[in-house]
Design a binder for this molecule. Sequence first.
Ligand code: HEC
Length: 96
Amino acid sequence: MMKQLRNQSKHKIIVIIVFIAGIIISVESCKVSQKVASKSGAQLWSENCQHCHNTPDPTSFSGDQWETIGMHMQTRALITESERNKIVEFLKQSVQ
Ligand code: HEC
């Protein structure tokens, strides 16, 4: 009887720890996305796109071409999809 009780309270502690860890993780990932959200496409573009080559002029490609280039360069620059979308949006705006 006593042993069973002790096991149950151990189990509760583990559940609580997992729950707290979940909260911490979700708060952390929220912070990261806020950091990304606060950056403009132009900022992300200048920070991520010139490690390997000079940053090409936004007017050098059409909107469709920027979509394709964005997909290729996302894997090269190791950026997230939302970062890529912002960069591509910025580049397409500059074309018009
Ligand atoms: C890790 C290196 C690396 C990073 C970071 C990188 N690129 Fe590139 N990029 C390349 C290489 C290599 C090429 C040439 C080969 C190719 O087209 O795949 C290239 C080519 C290009 C071209 C020419 C494509 C063409 O068809 O002529 C453009 C435009 C371009 N990159 C834009 C970007 C943008 C925008 C970013 C940021 C999101 C970026 N690159 C980040 C390596 C990189």
